[in-house]
Design a protein around this ligand. Structure first.
Ligand code: ADP
Ligand code: MG
Length: 359
């Protein structure tokens, strides 16, 4: 039961303008937990959104890791599970945040390096294993194996202890950071190949890296401890129905929208202490059930691209990600109208915004 369990922390990260983009002031971090955004439908008003933390374009990878991710990784060594999601539209900085680049490594390389440092420091023998898979149109594909387009997705099963697992998913034991990196690079190659063959689906699938650490200490004889960390680059949250209306693309879009919607519902249920957590309503939340809520820590990083061009997407993203918003007049805020939206209001608003864009 997740009642009284840990809440899912929601943090926001705004990426810098790219060289190809025209900079403007439509999105700004106002305090370390407030994001101010122009109201796209009423230019005299701004909307402010509250987060657990809010990072502007100058905040680097190391700071985000140290402040928010490192404490989660540490909990693995008390035998707990933790999950980090990056949510946002394509181009908002999810992959940069979770994976990063050679010169600006993101969460994955930092977390794995941290785990190996722990191993060197501790007296126990750690068994470190990884799995890496993606969920595309509600089907699970192993990324540690070469992409085979003839294979159907892997089934999800429940074991004798009612634990959910992905049947047939490979697990690789890693004994050094370098070994991890070479496996991970190759697997990312598998993802890219699949992506090219299937219409750039990498922005339309969820990629999940799981690192599992098992060990025995000399105090609790006979007990094997296990910590797990899931690092997830979610599918782009944009509504592809806007631009593409092929039958296949429609099915794809509704699968993405649905699984992100369920994730939002699960996070909301955990954060409001609801007794019904709809884990079973999508593949991803079902697989992550044991690592989200209860004793497990979770964090959603909401990635935002700055600028006018993304404003509607940004508003949709923020309406999805936070319950706490207020509308303020600009440039001087004489009057502050605070609105607390119910889930139904927000859904209605989101649908309205979508209809406005497609119609
Ligand atoms: P997504 O995975 O959400 O589609 P990406 O991570 O690919 O987005 O980011 C889109 C572009 O923005 C890439 O060129 C990436 O290098 C750049 N970018 C994203 N976040 C940052 C950041 N914090 N600092 C510098 N460049 C960034
Ligand atoms: Mg990406």
């Amino acid at each position: 039961m997740s009642l009284g369990g840990h809440k899912v922390k929601v943090v926001c990260r705004v990426r810098p303008f790219l060289k190809t983009e025209k900079a403007d002031n439509s999105v700004a971090v106002e305090a370390n937990n407030v994001l101010r955004v122009n109201n796209p439908r009423d230019s005299t008003k701004d909307v402010k959104f509250n987060f657990d933390s809010c990072y502007g374009p100058d905040i680097d990878q190391a700071t985000i890791y140290r402040n928010d991710v490192r404490p989660l990784v540490e909990t693995m060594f008390s035998g707990m599970s933790a999950t980090v999601f990056c949510y946002g539209v394509t181009g908002a900085g999810k992959t940069h945040t979770i994976q990063g680049t050679e010169t600006e490594p993101g969460i994955i390389p930092r977390a794995v390096e941290h785990i190996f440092m722990h191993q060197e420091r501790d007296p126990y023998d750690y068994d470190i294993r990884i799995s890496y898979y993606e969920i595309y149109k509600e089907a699970v594909f192993d990324l540690l194996k070469p992409h085979d387009p003839t294979l159907a997705g892997l089934p999800i099963r429940e074991d004798a202890n009612r634990k959910i697992f992905v049947a047939g998913l490979s697990e690789k034991r890693v004994t050094s950071y370098e070994q991890f990196d070479s496996i991970y690079q190759k697997a990312s190659g598998n993802r890219r190949t699949a992506s090219t063959k299937l219409n750039n689906h990498s922005s339309r699938s969820h990629a999940i890296l799981t690192v599992q650490v098992q060990w025995q200490d000399d105090i609790s004889v006979g007990k094997t401890w296990c910590g797990r960390l899931h690092l997830i680059d979610l599918a782009g949250s944009e509504d592809n129905r806007r631009t593409e209306n092929g039958k296949d693309r429609m099915a794809e879009s509704s699968a993405i929208n649905r699984s992100l919607f369920v994730l939002g519902q699960v996070v909301e249920a955990l954060n409001t202490g609801s007794s019904r957590i709809p884990y079973r309503d999508s593949k991803m939340t079902r697989i992550l059930q044991d690592s989200l809520g209860g004793e497990s820590l979770g964090m959603m990083i909401v990635n935002v691209a700055p600028g006018e061009a993304f404003l509607q997407d940004t508003n949709n993203t923020l309406n999805f990600a936070t319950k706490s918003r207020e509308v303020v007049n600009k440039p001087v805020a004489h009057e502050v109208v605070e609105q607390r939206w119910s889930a139904a209001d927000r859904l209605q608003h989101h649908r309205g915004a979508m209809a406005g864009r497609t119609g």
